[in-house]
Design a protein around this ligand. Sequence first.
Ligand code: ADP
Ligand code: MG
Length: 312
Amino acid sequence: MKEAAQRGNEKMEVMTFGSANGKEYGLNDTGRPVVNFDIKTRRTLRAPDGDDTKTGNENAAKAKHCFDIGNLDLFYGDFQALKNVNMGIEQGEVTAFIGPSGCGKSTLIKTLNRMNDLVEGCRVTGDVELFGENIYGAIDVNLLRKRVGMVFQKPNPFPLSVYDNIAFGPRTHGVRSRYELDKIVETSLRDTAIWDEVKDRLKKPALDLSGGQQQRLCIARALAVSPEVILLDEPTSALDPVSTGKIEELLLTLRGKYSIIIVTHNMQQAARISDKTAFFLLGEAIEYNDTETMFAMPKDKRTEDYITGRFG
Ligand SMILES: Nc1ncnc2c1ncn2[C@@H]1O[C@H](COP(=O)(O)OP(=O)(O)O)[C@@H](O)[C@H]1O
Ligand SMILES: [Mg+2]
């Protein structure tokens, strides 16, 4: 959903997330939290009437791919940022997108939950199917973003307590029971291996946590609405090596239960945690293969040049 928000003189496009403590919270297209903005048409993330717990898992059991991308082109105005991308992304695996800066990795990952809808002048053609369903057709975009969660480069907790950050999504989707919310908060924090570190400070501001903890909190926030796919755009590039290691371990434990797509400019990271790797150059998917094969025996000269450090 696209809303124009005005903050001082700054005009920005924001994704409405919901409200808490009488304020509106959202994320802009770079993942920056936007608080208390003034929107003309206020809409919340609440799913339409009916069962909002169905997330397509029935279909998921049938399909091997979480995403099928076909003949995908994307334009920012006149500039073509993605060129005829074709790719099936495996369910339950970790897929890494690598390539030099500006090759379209973030653009592609944002296309998968329609975060690019928030970018003025952005046009997408081709097919993107989530478990067989065209996500650019008549689809509830709020529900799509519940099914396909996103974690950004810079940890972006809302200026709320640890608890309220995790409970935010479920509340927005209509979960009211305290018992239910407590359960979701604990499970999400346990699943992201941060429970022991924060269980005694659930009511404290999330922004008091360290950068690495904040990023695990953001992953927990994404898990709290039971997504099927988790998109991560360079989630460790702002973190120290120890925090990076914790996030990598964490992603390996989430593998299988969730389909994970991670953008990384760290090739060792791709090699350590991903099952499949896609290499991009100037908006094109140059090579896509099992990670091991890709790093051991790249087929394309350009992939080889990149992974051997000749450019990038
Ligand atoms: N909002 C935007 N408007 C116009 N051009 C953009 C926008 N976002 C990205 N681009 C351009 O699209 C290309 C791909 O960018 P991006 O997807 O951010 O690359 P990467 O994540 O691989 O570094 C770059 O040339 C970038 O300048
Ligand atoms: Mg990027």
